[in-house]
Design a protein around this ligand. Structure first.
Ligand code: 5GP
Length: 194
């Protein structure tokens, strides 16, 4: 098991409805040393790519994407989920159904922060059905920028998002792929990724 799989096995909590709770270390209370390690690992996996921006979606993607952007030394762009008075000018938008909240969000990026010469690494905490990633991909495509790859902390391999994104031909790296999880026993099985 790698460092993230070990932590999930120790502190992850399986909830009914295919939800894995990692809020003691990843998205409520955050283990910043673990997040730094995640940033360095994505930097290692995408070191060949000419990344100019890291793109994520608020809010739980931010903690993962920050150390990644830091490791590459590039700006982090965070897609917003609602139009606030602080967003002005021309906007890229995409409609994204939320796995955890059961509603559809419009995600928004101000046009000046993504341009056609950008090479983008998309980062998020979880991959389930792939709606968040597909929304972010469509925003990068609207900007005529290049998707260099996608970095996910935890992919739930029993949902079809990973399959769909890989079938579209994108380079997707997931640090941990959960193959199965049982809300009764709490058991979590990982896909081997040698
Ligand atoms: P997707 O769009 O791939 O269906 O879902 C991905 C998004 O839903 C992620 O941005 C993540 O915030 C949230 N998500 C999906 N599954 C889980 C889960 O099992 N646990 C947590 N904490 N978040 C999840």
């Amino acid at each position: 098991m790698n460092f993230l799989e070990e932590r999930i096995a120790r502190d992850g909590v399986v909830k009914p409805g295919n939800v894995l709770k990692v809020d003691s270390f990843l998205n409520h209370q955050m283990d910043v040393a673990l997040l730094d390690q995640i940033g360095l690992e994505f930097h290692r996996r995408f070191a060949h790519a000419p990344i100019t921006k890291v793109l994520t979606i608020e809010s739980s993607g931010i903690a993962i994407a920050y150390p990644v952007a830091r490791a590459f030394g590039v700006p982090l762009v965070c897609a917003k989920k609602s139009k606030s008075i602080n967003l002005d000018g021309d906007l890229y938008t995409a409609r994204v159904p939320s796995f955890t909240h059961g509603k559809v969000n419009t995600v928004i990026v101000t046009k000046k922060y993504l341009t056609h010469d950008d090479h983008v690494l998309i980062v998020d905490d979880f991959l389930a059905n792939g709606c968040a990633l597909q929304g972010l991909i469509s925003i990068v495509e609207s900007a005529e920028a290049t998707v260099e790859g996608l970095g996910i902390a935890i992919e739930k391999g029993f949902q079809d998002g990973g399959h769909r994104i890989r079938n579209l031909g994108y380079h997707l790296e997931s640090l941990a792929i959960v193959e199965a999880m049982d809300p009764v026993t709490g058991a979590i099985t990982f896909r081997s990724q040698d």
